[in-house]
Design a protein around this ligand. Structure first.
Ligand SMILES: [Fe+2]
Length: 523
């Protein structure tokens, strides 16, 4: 009790910072609209102005800040003060400004004044039907927390893949450095948006983990739209006193997520901001919440710890007949009839050689967070011609190719393959395969297919590293499209002593090229 009282006194003694608690970030893009959000320490309104780079009148808006009670610290977090973490004593104020009437496919710059501070950024609005290239990035599993600084994850050696926490090999840089450098490389490439395959934070219910998230992610989000999917950690209240996946704990975690993000509507009330879709040029992006499958502890359960739907913050069901499934089928049917590509983003990976690639259950050889139940969705994805499913959760780089049949709108069928990716290597684990995980469709696994080449204690090439998927979509001919998917990794450059002194952007030898549109004889 004495320690708690001292911690509380320390908290209240911290001065409020003038200006931003989180600098402005871009969200919810539509052809003529977007949301600009930021957080401040004090309740004063901020001023946003936006102007097209090629001129035209500036749009000026004042924010209407609301106190973000969901971003309050859990009482247990006060006990963690004293580790050098700074935090304010009261919840911040959320400024969420919806800007409308913008020109599609147009470059803008913006400026936000809050208190004594000014922040600036730039963006491109989504196009309508312009035949312009699109670039986006996908990764998962940033799992930020203050403890990521100085934490070096196990890095299973393909030659000797034991993962003993005491003696196992550790990665060359810490988790926070991996994530920060990953974002820096992404920002240099100026993608239009970044899709996130869940597990943004370590504990969704710990505010300190969200503080770490925005400290690292806000610089990228100033210029790039973030399009997140919920992962199990985003529903996780936190360990022990934080309540694990208890209904109130998950509800607290989800409330933080939904406070930070403004996401496209899906026509439901109860499931708002959990699954959604949007169109960017020739790309339809469908984002799902596959964190729960009913009944609890049944063969479709993707989280044995989370209670049934409707209890606290539990995730919505995804099986046939559920509202999410019906929405998904309608969304995929509409996407199939448009020229271009359909990509789906979710957290759990149905085809994996990793820890979550074993059957659902408790006990030896089973996993309470298994991705295998989601294989039940593959026929639907194939039927509507989904091009790729992007996931994380297993924290490896793995790609699988799932064959099947697409049914065309005129009733004819044809052979189709679904590319399935685990790109959960943003900045947390760098795992290897496990015994018992059987993935019949595996096409590439960084652990196995990118052999490390060492010389005198210096890594020259290969290996599994932090990274992200970059997708470049370009017009072909009059009406066709081509999508190129490249897995990028941050190769750590080592000096002769084995110390890492920088990173180089490299690609795994695993490029995928997709064609769409009448010119390609597709769709
Ligand atoms: Fe996960």
């Amino acid at each position: 009790m004495v320690a708690a009282a001292a911690a509380a006194a320390l908290l209240t003694a911290l001065p409020l910072q003038a200006g931003f608690r989180v600098t402005p970030y871009l969200q919810n893009p539509a052809p003529g609209a977007l949301t600009l959000s930021w957080l401040s320490d004090d309740p004063g309104a901020g001023q946003a102005s936006l102007q097209a780079l090629d001129g035209g009148p500036a749009i000026r808006v004042s924010s209407s800040p609301v106190e973000a009670g969901a971003l309050e610290y859990h009482p247990a977090e006060t006990l963690l003060v004293g580790r050098g973490e700074e935090r304010a004593s009261s919840p911040p104020f959320l400024h969420e400004v919806r800007l409308e009437g913008l020109a599609p496919g147009t470059r803008y710059r913006y400026e936000v004044e809050q208190g004594a501070e000014t922040a600036r950024g730039r963006l491109v609005t989504p196009p309508l039907d312009a035949r312009e290239p699109v670039r986006f990035v996908v990764f998962g599993d940033s799992e930020t927390e203050p403890e990521s600084a100085g934490s070096f994850v196990l890095w299973p050696d393909p030659e000797d893949p034991h993962e003993d926490p005491d003696t196992g090999r550790r990665y060359l840089v810490d988790e926070e450095t991996g994530y920060r450098e990953n974002l820096r490389l992404i920002r240099e490439r100026e993608p239009h948006f970044v899709a996130i395959a869940g597990d943004l934070v370590e504990s969704g219910g710990e505010q300190r983990d969200w503080d770490a998230y925005w400290r690292l992610t806000a610089p990228l989000a100033a210029d790039t739209f973030l399009l997140p999917a919920l992962g199990n950690h985003d529903y996780y209240g936190g360990p022990a006193i934080f309540g694990f996946y208890a209904p109130q704990a998950s509800a607290r975690a989800l409330a933080k997520y939904r406070t930070y993000f403004d996401l496209p509507g899906n026509g439901t009330g109860a499931h708002a901001e959990r699954y959604y879709a949007l169109r960017w040029g020739p790309v339809t992006l469908v984002v799902l919440d596959l964190n729960n499958g009913l009944p609890q502890h049944g063969p479709s359960d993707t989280n044995f710890y989370m209670l049934g739907e409707g209890e606290g913050g539990s995730a919505p069901d995804w099986q046939p007949g559920s509202p999410q499934y019906r929405w998904l089928e309608e969304t995929l049917r509409a996407a199939q009839q448009k020229n271009g590509f359909t990509f789906v983003v979710a957290h759990h990976c149905p085809y994996s050689s990793g820890v979550h690639g074993v059957p659902p259950g408790r006990g030896e050889g089973l996993d309470p967070l298994s991705g295998l139940p989601l294989r039940a969705l593959s026929p639907l994805f194939l039927q509507y011609g989904v091009d790729a499913l992007f996931t994380g959760h297993d924290e490896m780089y793995e790609r699988s190719v799932v064959p099947g049949q697409e049914r065309l709108p005129d009733g004819a069928t044809r052979e189709h393959v679904l590319q399935v990716y685990d790109v959960g290597v943003a900045g947390d684990g760098l795992r290897g395969p496990v015994e018992g995980a059987v993935n019949p469709y595996r096409a590439f696994l960084a652990h196995a297919d990118s052999p490390e080449r060492w010389e005198n204690g210096v890594l020259l090439d290969g290996g599994k590293h932090y990274g992200h998927l970059e997708v470049n979509v370009e017009p072909v001919g009059e009406t066709g499209w081509r999508a190129q998917l490249d897995m990028v990794y941050l190769f750590p450059l080592m000096d002769a002593d084995g110390a890492v002194h920088g990173f180089e952007r490299r690609l795994y030898d695993d490029r995928v090229v997709l064609q769409a549109g009448p010119a390609a004889g597709d769709h």
